[in-house]
Design a protein around this ligand. Structure first.
Ligand code: C2E
Ligand code: CA
Ligand code: CA
Length: 594
């Protein structure tokens, strides 16, 4: 396979741990061979000084290869040298040409290093031996060249198979491009040398759909074509890589303008439809670029790849088929999110960083508190308070929202059972439910358990679900909502008006309450459209016997307008901010039992 224009000087195909194991055995073998050959010299009556000399010359390199102080490459050469030397001296020691066969064994054992250095090492040793012994005073017999020739040929064959293994371990079998491993090594090497470089991370847009609809053979052919186009877009010295699936990368050494050129050429080339099995397919790619320049933090190839990956995701998020360059802040933001996600898990385990605050929901026009909405709060030990919009969506991505939601549900029902505004008896409480929770098979059980453990009557609990979570899998979600309503729990549609559903859709949903999104309330009385929309929702809800809650009421004119339109409930800073439950007279222990 074509190793590409990039020169490749590999260390070894062996993973470090495997090298350590093999080296331990090979080095021991070399020591044993040195001792054996020295004993042989002694037993052949060559005298102690000769035996000692043999032991020294063969044994010392083997011993030197043992301690970890020297670099692995040097230790490989020492052990190999000792093995080859021990084998070569057998002929002059014994005077028997047959013993030369032992050298082939030495070469075979050294080949376990899977390292190109063993070939020159063995050749140097046997060459030196040949020069010293065979070209000695006795003169040259042409048959004496046979062992040397055999060693050279065996070495060449080994070197060839080693090269093939090296290339294969660093090549993507489908496209023949370099693979992830080769990229990492090449990028690390570039960074070590301190040379500027850029990495392009390409992900094909919509490849999965093509693969699914037209079959894998078609998908493979498309990837091969894309690989060929990428190769045509780069200069000598750039490394084109298939990372896996429909992900590619190009490592571009040198000034960032080269990388910009490559990105531009790739986009132009990709724009030409691919002709496959008689049909034209249009391929686009989202490209993320990371650079080594001006980034103290990007020390390894892995960092560079991660940052390019981050930028690629931004390119996807921004609408695909575009190039985004990773800047310092971008990578940091992603790392920060990952750290926050981890901290949230810790917070859930610790228990004392999270709290539930309650915001009153009042009747209109009287302004009497009718219930509360439970809103989660996170006091991070280092960052301070983290807004729910920063961690709830994150928890949804990671799945932590299941544990978080369960915790909020238990806390809110417990608080409500104890009374929220200092009044006696259980309060009404609305708890936000994420779509992940709603899709979870254990959710209804969680609700039952929270009600049972807190002692809160089911008709005092409202579950708020967003419009979008209903749209996702309407049938199964409706079924679940029906189950909850059968318990006596009421269902509210949160942020109504921001989702995809039409107003008439409301009729089909198993809900009891509509919460009009704050964005409509903000413009109420200011734009005719907002007023008309609120009026329509209120009217429609009345027709369907649903309660309506207006969210985010901050001004008296909004309140008055809502009252005029016949909206029965409102919530907002005008009536009260979310606050922790006031400590009440009753002992909490008696409320949490059961
Ligand atoms: P949401 O469910 O729409 O909650 C209402 C948000 O509006 C709350 O923000 C509340 O503090 C804020 N708000 C209330 N009145 C006013 C007002 O007059 N003016 C303004 N500007 N804002 C007002 P918060 O607490 O930051 O929560 C934001 C979102 O985070 C919530 O939106 C909800 O989607 C989510 N969230 C909060 N707690 C939970 C929870 O326990 N579980 C889940 N799944 N989501 C939660
Ligand atoms: Ca809500
Ligand atoms: Ca809302």
């Amino acid at each position: 396979m074509d190793p590409g224009p990039q020169r490749w000087y590999a260390r070894t195909t062996l993973p470090v741990a495997e090298w350590v194991v093999r080296h331990r055995w090979i080095a021991r073998l070399a020591v044993a061979q040195a001792v054996g050959v020295a004993m042989l010299a002694g037993s052949l009556g060559l005298g102690r000084p000769v035996a000692a000399q043999v032991l020294l010359v063969i044994g010392v390199p083997a011993l030197l290869s043992l301690p970890a102080a020297l670099p692995p490459r040097v230790r490989t050469m020492l052990a190999t040298g000792s093995l080859a030397l021990g084998a070569s001296v057998l002929v002059p020691l014994t005077g028997q040409g047959e013993t030369f066969a032992w050298l082939l064994l030495a070469l075979t054992v050294s080949a376990l290093y899977q390292d190109w250095v063993i070939v020159p090492t063995v050749l140097v040793v046997t060459g030196a031996h040949f020069t010293l012994i065979e070209l000695g005073p006795s003169g040259l017999d042409p048959f004496d060249l046979v062992p040397l020739l055999a060693t050279v040929l065996a070495g060449a064959v080994h070197h060839r198979s080693w090269r093939l293994a090296e290339v294969e371990a660093r090549t993507d079998p489908l496209t023949g491009l370099a693979n992830r491993r080769r990229l990492r090594e090449a990028a690390d090497r570039l960074l070590r040398r301190g040379g500027p470089a850029s990495l392009l991370f390409l992900d094909l847009d919509g490849f999965k759909a093509v693969n699914d609809s037209r079959g894998h053979a078609f998908g493979d052919a498309l990837l091969v074509e894309v690989a060929a186009r990428l190769r045509a877009c780069v200069r000598d010295g750039d490394l084109v890589v298939r990372l896996g699936g429909d992900e590619f990368a190009v490592l571009v050494p040198g000034d960032p303008v080269h990388a910009e050129d490559v990105a531009r050429r790739v986009r132009v080339d990709m724009a030409v439809p691919v002709q496959l099995t008689g049909r034209a397919v249009r391929v686009t790619a989202s490209i993320g670029v990371a650079r080594t320049s001006g980034t103290a933090g990007r020390r390894s190839g892995a960092d560079l790849l991660r940052d390019a990956d981050v930028a690629m995701y931004q390119a996807k998020a921004a609408g695909r088929n575009r190039v985004v360059v990773c800047d310092e802040g971008m990578a940091e933001a992603v790392l920060d999110r990952a750290a926050l996600a981890e901290d949230l898990l810790a917070a859930l385990a610790a228990g004392d960083q999270l709290a539930v605050h309650h915001q009153p929901v009042v009747t209109l026009p009287a302004g009497v508190t009718a219930g509360y909405e439970a809103l989660v709060r996170w006091q991070h030990p280092v960052r301070g308070p983290v807004p729910p919009l920063d961690f709830v969506p994150l928890a949804e991505e990671t799945g932590a929202v299941l544990a978080l939601g369960r915790w909020v549900l238990r806390q809110a029902t417990r608080d409500a059972a104890a009374g929220l505004g200092g009044e006696v008896g259980p309060s009404k409480v609305a708890v936000n439910v994420s779509s992940r929770q709603l899709a979870d098979d254990g959710f209804v059980d969680d609700v039952c358990e929270a009600l049972r453990d807190s002692g809160l009557p089911a008709d005092r609990l409202v579950l708020e679900v967003t419009e979008t979570s209903l749209v996702e899998d309407l049938d199964s979600v409706c079924e679940r909502l029906q189950e909850l309503r059968a318990l006596g729990v009421r269902i509210a549609i949160d942020d109504f008006g921001t989702g995809w559903s039409s107003l008439s859709y409301l009729r089909r949903l198993p809900v009891d309450i509509v919460k009009i999104d704050r964005s409509f309330i903000t413009d109420l009385g200011r734009t005719p459209a907002a007023t008309a929309l609120v009026a329509t929702i209120v009217e429609l809800a009345r027709g369907l016997s649903l309660d309506v809650v207006a969210e985010g009421v901050e001004r008296t004119d909004q309140r008055d307008e809502l009252a005029r339109l016949g909206c029965a409930f409102a919530q907002g800073w005008l009536f009260g901010r979310p606050v922790p439950r006031e400590p009440v007279r009753r002992a909490p222990a008696s409320l949490t039992s059961g």
